[in-house]
Design a binder for this molecule. Structure first.
Ligand code: CNA
Length: 280
């Protein structure tokens, strides 16, 4: 065994070895971390994939630079590009992927300690992951408020405004500020639930990371919180973060749905997962 393949906890650095680890009953507190890559197979583009990513396709929105669509100062100046994007991403237009269903299956089997997601598409909820096990680190489209006086804005009205990509104003006429869904823009504070649960990855006995470039902080720091000897499994098109530097890191580089199917087949859960998924 070369230095490279030496492990502490797993029999080797393979998806099969992680399945073996789960089957042995040693993974009961699984922490999952996800990003836009888990939803690309649902038809929602991610940010940074070359050619298909949103950053590549925002030119038509007339932005000074792509990130401006999620900058609060630019939003004050021109909220329309954000609303054009919101219309595309709005929950209800997409079906969860098999990878989303896998997280729900872990919860069903009482193996999911927590899911941290950077996504704002609400597909984790749609897949049946219990809301109390989800930390939406970058907020969601579930609620919205005025960016000035913070007065909440009604859901039904919001849906209409997003459908027509027209930015609404505060319900308090004397305020009139712009209304924004409670998704986190650059430079904005993450929700309290993120900070309240930020040390949970330290309690994990297995960490699974799916479809994220791990470029956005503080989320990007979560996988590093796993204790030494805790296996970390990555399903992503590319190597990200510090994955590969630890003895029990397992990297599946490719489509996450393919990797997840491989894992569940090794676990003998394949039929159960496919059934759960088609019934969503
Ligand atoms: P990102 O920076 O675009 O990275 C996505 C990562 O996923 C990249 O490393 C890709 O290689 C990888 N990837 C893409 N497709 C697949 C696939 N099918 N299988 C495996 N890997 C794949 O996105 P992050 O989530 O890391 O960036 C954080 C931002 C993106 C968050 O603030 C999100 O709110 C935001 N975002 C969310 C959505 C959504 O809600 N679905 C969509 C686009 C952007």
């Amino acid at each position: 065994v070369s230095e490279d393949t030496k492990t502490d906890t797993l029999s080797d650095r393979s998806v099969a070895a992680v399945a073996e680890f789960i089957k042995s009953g040693r993974a009961k507190q699984i922490v999952v971390m996800t990003g836009a890559g888990i939803s690309t197979a649902a038809g929602i583009p991610d940010f940074r994939s070359p050619n298909t990513g949103l950053y590549n396709n925002l030119a038509r929105l007339d932005l000074p630079h792509p990130e401006a669509v999620f900058e609060i100062d630019f939003f004050r100046y021109n909220p329309r590009p954000f609303y054009v994007l919101a219309k595309e991403l709005y929950p209800g237009n997409f079906h969860p992927t098999i990878s989303h269903a896998f997280v729900a299956l872990l919860a069903k089997k009482k193996l999911l300690r927590m899911l941290f997601t950077q996504n704002i598409d609400c597909l984790e909820r749609a897949a049946g992951v219990p809301p109390e096990l989800i930390v939406e680190a970058h907020g969601s489209f579930a609620t919205q408020r005025c960016i000035d006086c913070k007065t909440p804005f009604p859901d039904a009205e919001m849906r209409k405004c997003v459908e027509s990509a027209s930015p609404p104003n505060c319900v308090r006429k004397e305020c009139g500020g712009l209304v924004k869904p409670d998704i986190v823009f650059f430079g904005e504070q993450l929700p309290n639930t993120f900070f309240a649960n930020a040390t949970v990855p330290r309690e994990a006995d297995l960490v699974i990371v799916v479809g994220t470039s791990l470029m956005v902080h503080p989320f990007a720091g979560l996988p590093r919180l796993a204790r030494d000897g805790v296996p970390r499994l990555l399903f992503n098109m590319e190597r990200v973060g510090d994955f590969g530097t630890r003895a029990d890191d397992v990297l599946y580089l490719g489509e996450c749905d393919d990797g997840i199917r491989k894992l569940v087949d090794e676990l003998g859960w394949g039929d159960e997962l496919e059934k759960m998924w088609v019934e969503l």
